[in-house]
Design a protein. Structure first.
Lengths: 162, 138
């Protein structure tokens, strides 16, 4: 019936999502929006195997608006997962209807700067954050339900000063 | 002798291996390796697992992970996929690591993986119910 959480997490389906968020939100379903997973059969199988008892729907990023429109007619709550901010922005620009976005895990890679232990951003990420904010999406960071949410607005402001 | 890679959350693997070696005796450092998912993306974790397994140079071995469904198991499966002689088992526990260390020269990877799966399951028992609880309680 509802989209309980839209999340960016470079680990996609894993313990924090399935065990922590899945139970806290009583989710019935994971919507995995990722072009790579959608294209490779064994990655789809791995993601499904990782979701324990949750139903898994795998789609390309371009398919997300249609997927969310279908969600309105389905029973139970869903969690939408993107691997990157770029994917979340692309889905939003394609018409995907989500008002909030959780940064659950964007881990270190060369050229990325630490915001939190589980959030590292580069210039492209900050541009995507700014574009998401401009599109009306409130972005916050929260790895697990018991953690304090951190507003991401400061990070894109920091980016625009550079 | 089978090689061994432990892929776990946080510091669990290091603690588990050190504790198990205290029981079963120490293995050569090169034979037993630990990878943690702390601070790593799934891609980086998978690359680290793959690098460890490549460094085995074709030697047979077993990868143990902590959480089925977690990033550790996904990285292990992705990193070991297609490698001959490497098995992956999830749900690692102390009895499994102790048994591996004690028997790593006796079995091939497939036999060891099956054995460790049995050992892990066998270690989970309901050993005491609260007084007054019916024995048929779930």
């Amino acid at each position: 019936v509802t989209l309980a959480l839209a999340r960016v997490d470079d680990r996609l389906v894993h313990g924090q999502v399935v065990l922590a968020w899945g139970q806290a939100l009583s989710a019935a379903r994971l919507l995995v929006a990722d072009d790579t997973v959608a294209a490779i059969a064994w990655e789809r199988e791995l993601v499904r195997a990782s979701a324990c008892d949750l139903e898994v729907v795998v789609a390309t990023v371009a398919e997300v608006p249609a997927l969310l429109a279908e969600e309105a007619h389905r029973p139970g709550a869903a969690i939408l997962l993107f691997r990157s901010l770029a994917s979340a922005l692309a889905a939003r620009q394609a018409g995907a209807d989500f008002a909030e976005l959780d940064l659950g895990g964007l881990h270190y890679a060369p050229g990325k700067e630490r915001m939190l232990d589980y959030v590292f951003l580069d210039a492209a990420d900050r541009r995507d954050l700014a574009a998401l904010a401009a599109a009306g999406v409130r972005v916050f960071a929260q790895d697990v339900p018991s953690a304090r949410p951190v507003d991401a607005a400061a990070w894109l402001a920091q980016g625009t000063e550079e | 002798v089978l090689r061994f890679l432990l892929v776990t959350h946080g510091d669990l693997g290091r603690a588990l291996l050190a504790t198990a070696q205290g029981i079963a005796g120490a293995a050569a450092p090169a034979e037993v390796e630990v990878v943690s998912n702390a601070g790593q993306s799934l891609d980086a974790l998978t690359a680290q697992v793959a690098a460890c397994l490549t460094a085995w140079g074709g030697a047979e071995g077993v990868v143990l992970t902590d959480l089925f469904g977690g990033s550790t198991t996904q990285a292990a499966v992705a990193g070991a996929r297609g490698l001959a002689g490497v098995a992956v088992v999830s749900g690692v526990s102390l009895p499994m690591v102790v048994d591996f260390l004690a028997n790593r020269a006796r079995y091939g990877p497939a036999e060891m993986a099956a054995r460790l799966t049995d050992k892990g399951r066998a270690g989970v028992r309901l050993v005491l119910l609260p007084p007054g609880t019916a024995e048929s309680a779930p």
